[in-house]
Write a protein that binds this ligand. Sequence first.
Ligand code: ADP
Length: 204
Amino acid sequence: MSNSPKAENLTWHQTAVTRTDLEKLHGHKGVTIWFTGLSASGKSTLANAVSVALYKRKVSAYVLDGDNVRHYLNRDLGFSHEDRMENIRRIGEMARLFTQAGMVNLTAFISPYRSDREMARQLQPESFLEVHCAADLAVCESRDPKGIYKKARNGIIKEFTGIDAPYEPPDNPELRLDTGVLSVDQCVDAVLDLLEQHEIFIIR
Ligand code: ADP
């Protein structure tokens, strides 16, 4: 996939209402919290629990979830390495747009490859917080809420992350949580602390 657009003669239009205007309106900054981890590591649970905690604090937060995006925006993509890369590229762009709109956006995608996550980070390096949901494979497999690990072990699903496709853990995430040991509430508190540290709630 080329980095340059297919169309020619494009002009970038500056929006009349800027990100700064919108952040002032919301009373907080826009940021992407990028959850990564094995299937069933707790990304979706945690992203949603954080969004509820933020909603209660009157923070405009929105969860971008794996399966939902594959139903619509990325319905043309499968699970080959190339398709996974394009999946993350589009999600990274979508996350950036939410940040530009001054919202806290929480992405819950396995995003198994370091290089893909790095690509998403580079789209908005100042506003990207990577959270590794680090429950180990044995825990995730024992949870297996959708029965997909069992299918992968039986060869019914191919190229399944952690079984016959790699998961590359982040080297330096902004936060690493052992979601196999910590409760959901403990993890939520840790993410809220991270947002405090990065002064997401403070608008001058
Ligand atoms: P993912 O989005 O990473 O695929 P889910 O959020 O769907 O994972 O979680 C998979 C299962 O693990 C669910 O049944 C959920 O209730 C459970 N779970 C998630 N986080 C935790 C946690 N911190 N402690 C215990 N169970 C959890």
